[in-house]
Design a protein around this ligand. Structure first.
Ligand SMILES: Nc1ncnc2c1ncn2[C@@H]1O[C@H](COP(=O)(O)OP(=O)(O)OP(=O)(O)O)[C@@H](O)[C@H]1O
Length: 556
């Protein structure tokens, strides 16, 4: 019944944005007018906990690894102070020998780069020269840019075709280097592409190559490194630190200061200040033992508390898409994201087709949009092939953002026309789509971290409520609900429903005039499927015992 209740209006944040004594302006006094206006437009008044910690820390030029829940505003937490620092550096610049200062932000996908760029543009119009993105940018755009947002492989590819001196010039201007989604940029696994990395040793990720090149070519004393992710676990941090340790100018304190509101009781500005000194103490601390990571994972909550987690059990013979359709009918989200895991036995395309058949006219694919080689350093031919694709996807992403913007979706819209975007995990890493009220994950996610990033596409600020539904077979569900506990910090997945009706049934149910969802879900699943399952179980037992159970009993 809970799930059939009319949708509740999102209530104000319960995810502890209780730093309401402070405002972002107080934390960043030199915030320019454009930024203030942009914040007001997005109804951003009080900083989120990570912002309360990060804004003063980063604007003072200190390095940082930002770790906080998905959708908690990490982007603004690094963007606002980074833009500020680039401006300040420009003002201090006595001669024009070093040229203007710039902020370089690298992301694992072009889509995320497009989104971050759009956010940066809102906050720096007219103040900094130009923000740009390598995928579309010519070399001259890049040379002029104050903010560069791109994937590391794109940047390395562009650098490769240019004069080394000019590249040195460009890198020499970088004042703040940001790695968004650190664990995706520097994953634990090794790069095992068919082609050897052209720039560095085999096994190196492009982000590593870029960081090394930056350190070699940038002589600024004040060069600042910031990394961010909800799941920046120890292994990714160590990998980054290993690169930074090699800096000839010794600019980076190891371990890097870690900003994590959950580890500091940042409930007020005083607490945030206390937390900052905790962080500074940490800089001098010895590297911790390996158990720490286990402990960290155990106590760490990478997803906001406003997300409810559900399971939907698919029978072995049933289809995930049909189960998804039934689950959608129960939850009726304003907009939804669906992830198809590789082991689900279904593809994005087939799921979209099945949803369309079942009457979900708003279903559409949002996948394989990303530049295919954006994650590894690779050969040129694939780069060129990816170029056009990358652009189509980037533009499409902006359309998708509009479609899912709250306010564009009329409350009264018939729920079967709601936008439902079907995708694969990596395409949507880090993206913010506003009205996504529910996320459906079909099949078994690879790791707890990938569950976190998929489920984290809902319940994001400023509407921190959402639902994540894992649609999978019984065994897979068990694996998740038992095995992912430590990585996700989720204590319980509530069962939402089970079974998968035939798609033609779903289609006939798509008539808005005749919907008593609860009744037909009960009819379809509870009675018929349960009966079928019971006889199936009996048959299995028979087989295990070498004959029908009842007859055995009769004989004895
Ligand atoms: N202080 C705030 N109050 C309300 N909304 C905010 C605040 N800060 C950011 N937001 C909004 O929250 C949304 C999510 O922010 P953002 O994309 O930066 O999350 P994130 O922490 O980077 O998440 P992820 O880990 O999934 O990448 C954005 O649309 C942003 O406008």
């Amino acid at each position: 019944e809970v799930f059939l209740a009319p949708r509740q209006a999102p209530t104000k944040d319960q995810v502890a944005v209780d730093v309401d004594k402070v405002s972002i302006e107080e934390l960043l006094p030199a915030l320019p007018m454009e930024s203030r206006r942009a914040l007001l437009e997005h109804q951003i008044h009080t900083p989120s906990p990570i912002q309360a910690l990060a804004l003063p820390h980063i604007s003072s030029g200190k390095h940082a690894v930002l770790i906080s829940e998905t959708g908690s505003g990490k982007t603004l937490a690094y963007l606002l102070p980074a833009l500020q620092r680039a401006r300040d550096a420009d003002e201090d610049d006595d001669g024009s020998s070093t040229g203007p200062s710039s902020v370089m932000i690298v992301t694992p996908t072009r889509e995320l780069a497009v989104q971050t760029l759009a956010e940066a543009e809102e906050h720096c119009q007219g103040i900094l020269a130009l923000a740009t993105l390598s995928a579309r940018a010519s070399w001259w755009n890049l040379m002029d840019a104050s903010v560069i947002v791109a994937t590391p492989a794109d940047l390395l590819n562009i650098f490769d075709n240019e004069d080394a001196e000019e590249v040195k010039d460009l890198l020499g201007r970088v004042e703040v280097f940001v790695m968004d989604e650190l664990d995706e940029l520097l994953p634990k696994r090794k790069y095992t592409g068919r082609k050897l990395a052209r720039y560095q040793d085999p096994g190196m990720w492009p982000a590593e190559g870029l960081a090394k090149r930056l350190m070699r070519n940038n002589e600024r004393e004040t060069l600042q490194v910031v990394a961010a992710s909800a799941t920046a676990y120890r292994s990714s941090r160590l990998r980054l630190e290993k690169v930074l340790k090699r800096d000839k100018l010794n600019r980076f304190p190891i371990p890097l200061p870690r900003l994590d509101p959950q580890r500091s009781s940042a409930a007020s500005l005083e607490a945030a200040a206390r937390a900052r000194s905790v962080v500074e103490d940490e800089e001098s601390e010895e590297r911790r033992a390996l158990e720490e990571e286990a402990h960290e994972k155990q106590t760490y909550r990478a997803l906001p508390a406003g997300i409810q987690h559900f399971t939907w059990k698919v029978p072995l013979s049933g289809s995930h898409a049909a189960a998804l359709s039934a689950a959608l009918d129960l939850l009726r989200p304003q907009a939804a994201l669906v992830f198809v895991c590789p082991n689900a036995g279904e593809t994005v395309k087939s799921v979209v087709q099945d949803l369309q058949t079942a009457g979900w006219s708003g279903a559409d694919a949002l996948t394989r949009l990303l530049f295919p080689d954006s994650r590894t350093v690779s050969g040129k031919s694939s780069t060129q092939r990816g170029e056009a694709k990358g652009w189509r996807s980037a533009n499409r992403l902006l359309d998708v953002r509009d479609v899912t913007r709250r306010g564009y979706i009329e409350e009264g819209d018939f729920y079967r026309e709601a936008p439902i975007f079907v995708s694969a995990e990596e395409s949507v890493r880090g993206l913010h789509l506003d009205a996504v009220e529910a996320v459906f994950i079909l099949g078994l996610p690879k790791t707890g971290a990938s569950y976190v990033h998929m489920a984290g596409r809902t319940g994001r600020l400023p509407h921190p409520r959402g639902r994540a539904v894992l649609v999978a077979h019984g065994r897979e569900l068990m694996k998740v609900t038992r095995g992912f506990l430590t990585e996700t910090g989720i204590r319980k997945w509530e069962p939402l429903g089970w079974g998968s009706p035939s798609l033609s049934d779903m289609a006939s149910m798509a008539d808005p005039g005749s919907r008593n969802v609860k009744t037909w879900v009960d009819d379809l699943y509870s009675v018929e499927e349960k009966k079928a399952q019971r006889s199936e179980a009996a048959a299995r037992l028979d087989a295990a015992l070498g004959g029908p159970v009842r007859r055995l009993r009769k004989r004895t």
